[in-house]
Design a protein around this ligand. Structure first.
Ligand code: SF4
Ligand code: SF4
Length: 130
């Protein structure tokens, strides 16, 4: 990584830290055009992709999945998570369920979950509550 890139990352981190409103940076015209086409095609489908989530028998109704979802897309109903169709596919619910009970389709059972080693559940929930 170049020094210029490293300096830019520090700038971006500071912008995020103070939650400063910023414009989306422009790229080349052709890249922007292609991105807008892909976004237009994909975005409406992403929200509904939460149909693939389900909670297995290990779910103990703790409600953490509801708390970590950044877009309030999970509601606990009768002690079980229900996904509401406005998902951003961040996968926080799947990665942070303490029971590893949340699955996506058939491909996630038995697979390891990942968290950044320096981030804990309280950090995530506090960030969501801001
Ligand atoms: S975080 Fe996991 S255990 Fe807790 S309610 Fe959600 S699915 Fe169930
Ligand atoms: S993947 Fe992210 S946005 Fe979608 S329901 Fe889970 S926590 Fe919410």
């Amino acid at each position: 990584m170049s020094d210029k890139e490293k300096a830019r990352i520090v700038e971006i981190v500071n912008i995020i830290r103070v939650r400063k409103p910023s414009l989306i940076e422009k790229n080349s015209a052709i890249f922007n055009f292609l991105s807008s086409l892909i976004y237009k095609f994909c975005a409406p489908r992403i929200y509904k992709m939460d149909k693939g989530f389900w909670a297995d028998a290990r779910c103990n109704s703790c409600g953490i999945c509801q708390k970590v979802c950044p877009v309030d897309n999970i509601k606990i109903e009768d002690g079980r998570p229900k996904w509401l169709g406005k998902c951003e596919q961040c996968l926080a619910c799947l990665q942070w369920c303490p029971q590893e009970a949340i699955q996506y389709g058939k491909s996630t059972s038995g697979r390891k979950r990942y968290h950044h080693p320096e981030v804990n559940i309280k950090d995530i929930i506090l960030e969501e509550d801001r």
